[in-house]
Design a binder for this molecule. Structure first.
Ligand code: 8YV
Length: 350
C-alpha cells in the first residue's frame, strides 16, 4: 500500500509524482487527534494510538513496545528519554502538540538525526490571553471573591479588606519577550495603558518602538515592576531563574505571573515568600509537578490563582495545534521540510 502525496494548506507545494508514491509508515499517536485529522493520518500511514488511562509506567512500557518499528510519533505531555529513543531504531520524526519542547532529549535526538517539530504561532494569542487572565484575576482577587459568592458569603457590601489593585496604567515586567511575551505586552500596552519593560537575551527594537517597551536587567525589572510575567522557555539557563534572592527584590505590592514552566521558579521559595507577604499575589498556570499535588500550599493560599495548565487549552487552539503537528508529521515523513521544527539542521532525511 502506498500513500497519496500530502500538501497541507499554507505549506510549500510538495513534489507530486503519482508514478512514485510515498511508502506508508508506522506512526504512533499518544493522544488521538480529532476524527477527521485521524482519518487524514490513516489515509497516509499505519497508525497506532496508545490507549487512554494507562498509568505512567504502563504508558512508558506500551510506548517502548510500539516504537520498535515506528517511523513517526505525535506526542504531547510525555517525557521522552534517550533510552526510549534507543528502543526506536527507525524513528525519524517526533511531532509535539506543544510549542515548548523541554520534554524531549534534544541532544540525543540531534545525535540520532531525529527531527523534532513543535507548534509555535498557532497558540500565541490564546496563551497570551491566559497570561492576561492571570494578571487580572490576581490583581482583582477574582477567584477568591467569586468563591465567597459561591459559598453564600456575600452577605454585606465590600469593605477595603476585599479591594484589589488596578492593572491599567501600571508597570508590566516581561521576563522573556518571545512571541507569547510580546502578545501579552501588547495587551498590556495597548489595552491597559501599561508601561512595558522586559528582560530578554536579545533586544527587541521593533517592540520598543511599537509599545514603548524598555529592555532592562532582570534585577531592575524585579525591583520596579507591578506585575512580573514569566514567559521564558525552560532550559538549563532558565531553570530556577527566579529563586529566593530574586523574589526578595520584588516589592510587597507586586504580583508574579508564570505561564512558562513551573521549574523556572523555585516553588518552595515562592510559597515561603507568599506566606510571609513578600509579594501580594501570584497567578500560576504551571508548576514544578503537574498535576499540582492537592497537598501543595499553592492550592490554599487565597492570594494565589492556580490554573491546571490551561495556557493553550481552547477548542480552537488545541485543534490548530493538532493540525500543525499532523502537517509537520506528514511533511517530514515525505522528506519535506515541516512547517515548524526545532532541529531541522540535525535531521537525517531517510
Ligand atoms: C501544551 C504548552 O499545549 O505548548 C506548550 O508548550 O505548555 C501547552 O500549551 C501542553 O503542554 C499540552 O501538550
Amino acid at each position: 500500500m502506498h500513500a497519496q502525496h500530502y500538501s497541507p494548506q499554507g505549506a510549500s507545494q510538495m513534489a507530486s509524482d503519482a508514478a512514485n508514491p510515498l511508502p506508508r509508515r508506522k506512526v504512533v499517536v499518544l493522544k488521538a487527534l480529532d476524527d477527521d485529522q485521524m482519518s487524514t493520518l490513516r489515509e497516509h500511514h499505519d497508525v497506532v494510538v496508545l490507549p487512554e488511562g494507562l498509568s505512567t509506567q504502563a504508558r512508558e512500557d506500551a510506548l517502548r513496545d510500539v516504537l520498535r518499528d515506528a517511523h513517526g510519533l505525535i506526542s504531547s505531555g510525555h517525557v521522552i528519554t534517550p533510552s526510549l529513543l534507543d528502543a526506536a531504531p527507525v524513528l525519524r520524526v517526533i511531532c509535539s502538540v506543544s510549542v515548548g519542547y523541554d520534554n524531549y532529549p534534544l541532544t540525543a535526538m540531534n545525535a540520532r538525526g531525529i527531527l523534532l517539530c513543535n507548534t509555535p504561532d498557532v497558540l500565541t494569542e490564546t496563551t497570551a490571553d491566559t497570561g492576561f487572565l492571570l494578571i487580572m484575576a490576581t490583581a482583582r482577587r477574582a477567584v477568591e471573591l467569586a468563591c465567597k459568592v459561591r459559598d453564600g458569603q456575600w452577605t454585606e457590601s465590600l469593605t477595603p479588606s476585599h479591594f484589589g489593585t488596578d492593572v491599567h496604567g501600571k508597570t508590566l515586567g516581561m521576563i522573556g519577550m518571545g512571541r507569547i511575551g510580546a502578545a501579552i505586552a501588547r495587551r498590556g500596552a495597548l489595552g491597559f495603558n501599561m508601561r512595558i519593560q522586559y528582560s530578554n537575551a536579545s533586544p527587541k527594537p521593533e517592540l520598543e518602538s511599537e509599545l514603548g517597551a524598555t529592555r532592562v536587567e532582570l534585577d531592575s525589572l524585579l525591583e520596579t515592576s507591578d506585575f512580573v510575567c514569566v514567559t521564558v522557555p525552560l532550559s538549563e539557563q532558565t531553570e530556577r531563574l527566579i529563586g529566593r534572592r530574586e523574589l526578595e527584590l520584588m516589592p510587597a505590592s507586586a504580583f508574579l505571573i508564570n505561564i512558562a514552566r513551573g521549574r523556572v521558579i523555585d516553588e518552595g521559595a515562592l510559597i515561603e515568600c507568599l506566606e510571609r507577604g513578600g509579594i501580594r499575589g501570584a497567578g500560576l498556570d504551571v508548576f514544578e509537578q503537574e498535576p499540582l499535588p492537592a497537598s501543595s500550599p499553592l492550592t490554599r493560599l487565597p492570594q494565589v490563582v492556580a490554573l491546571p495548565h490551561i495556557g493553550s487549552a481552547t477548542h480552537e487552539t488545541r485543534r490548530a495545534m493538532a493540525q500543525r503537528a499532523l502537517d509537520n508529521l506528514l511533511l517530514a515523513l515525505a522528506g519535506e521540510s515541516p512547517l515548524s521544527a526545532v532541529n531541522e539542521t540535525h535531521w537525517t532525511r531517510r
